[in-house]
Write a protein that binds this ligand. Structure first.
Ligand code: FA5
Ligand code: MG
Length: 368
């Protein structure tokens, strides 16, 4: 039971490996309660709020950057001090390295305190666009938005000189702009309208660095950290000529807003809402679009769905064709899901009729 199975990246290959967890080292400061969370992988449960959220983020990247991002959600949470700190340029005397802040397995091995622990390794292995999701561990004190075990999704995107030369801006500005656009688009995809703001910050591994905050329950809540990757990290992975962005989302914080979950401790509860399976109810809607139909119309569609009674809705374009007369049709699939119960087909039908009506009026399209 002290064995953990996970994926290991070797060059372009990903293999299954296992780690035996040593617990009798004198420097080990991992309590049983934390140890018990290893291997639970809430983010890999498709019906758990964290799994649902992970998949919704994947959808965003698949739609906006088709076939671009490699995805990892099963890299080993036990990493070396080198991976967790040195490779992302955390100074030798930084407080985050202390036994007070980080869980040590032994003096050279820790439970990763961020998914950034895999950045350098994946870059070295040749990955240029990737999403890496996993459980991370910190000796933080507990409140409604902090827990010592939580989940992060790291994203990295590398650019080549061609990418920024064409844009007429310098490499760093190009990466910073692309990063903010990507994350603002993601927030729009997940939440529709939500109040948010960018805050300048500091990370040893990015410059410039930013945090995104979302207004939730009368307060600003930090949901992600990001920035333009320090050139030293790229250089060490043999990418001197490139520039990159990196971000890291706090999945619990995003899920708290998305699903209106009042307390971070609930993610670990055995409460029905977190364990039982309330499948989504899918409804398709096709319409002929006009020239005036733009990407903005999709946003309008999402915003419209946002105004419905609180439930998780998700829209995806599943078909797009133009007939001989030059008319273009779009088909959207809407997933309706309640966190409280299974939805009845009839109630969703009623809702879907209302949505159709509003889509016709607001988007000025002809429903099929
Ligand atoms: C980091 O972990 C950086 N590695 C992020 C990063 C990656 C920056 C790549 C630049 C490039 P930070 O410690 O701020 O940053 O944590 C990131 C997010 O994790 C926070 O925004 C927050 O959403 C979440 N988070 C941090 N601590 C906790 C906690 N105790 N409980 C729940 N969520 C947390
Ligand atoms: Mg932070």
């Amino acid at each position: 039971e002290n064995v953990l199975f996970y994926h290991l990246v070797i060059g372009t290959k990903v293999i299954i490996a296992y780690a035996e967890i040593v617990r009798d080292d004198p420097t080990n400061n991992i309590p049983d309660t934390i140890f018990a969370k290893l291997g639970m992988q809430l983010h890999r449960r498709n019906q758990h709020p964290l799994g649902i959220l992970k998949n919704a983020i994947y959808d965003y990247f698949d739609t906006n950057y088709p076939d671009k991002f490699d995805k990892f959600d099963d890299l080993c949470p036990i990493v070396s001090v080198r991976q967790n700190f040195d490779e992302v340029l955390v100074p030798a005397d930084h407080v985050s390295r202390s036994y007070n802040d980080t869980y040590y397995v032994d003096s050279q091995t820790v439970l990763r305190c961020h998914t950034s622990a895999h950045q350098a390794e994946l870059l070295r292995n040749g990955y240029t666009h990737f999403l890496d999701t996993g459980d991370v561990y910190r000796r933080d004190s507990i409140d409604s938005t902090h827990y010592p075990v939580f989940h992060q999704m790291e994203g990295v995107g590398v650019f080549a000189p061609n990418d920024w030369e064409a844009s007429g801006t310098d490499a760093t500005s190009h990466a910073a702009e692309a990063l903010k656009k990507c994350l603002e688009g993601l927030a729009q995809h997940l939440f529709g309208g939500v109040e948010m703001r960018w805050v300048d910050t500091y990370f040893p591994f990015t410059s410039p660095s930013f945090e995104l905050e979302i207004y939730f329950q009368d307060q600003w809540m930090e949901v992600l950290g990001c920035g333009v990757t320090e050139q030293e990290i790229l250089k060490r992975s043999g990418r001197t000529d490139n520039v990159a962005w990196a971000f890291c989302l706090g999945l619990e914080r995003l899920a708290i807003v998305l699903f209106d979950i009042p307390d971070i401790r609930l993610f670990w509860s055995t409460d029905e809402r977190f364990t039982s399976q309330y499948p989504p109810c899918y409804k398709d809607m096709s319409f002929w679009i006009r020239d005036s139909f733009t990407e903005n119309s999709v946003k309008l569609l999402e915003e419209l769905l946002e105004t419905l009674p609180r439930r998780y809705v998700h829209v995806k374009l599943i078909d797009n064709f133009t007939n001989k007369k030059g008319m273009t049709s779009h088909c959207y699939r809407i997933a309706y899901r309640s966190m409280e119960r299974s939805l009845m087909d009839e109630e969703i039908n009623d809702l879907q009729w209302k949505v159709r009506e509003q889509v016709e009026n607001k988007l000025k399209v002809v429903l099929r």
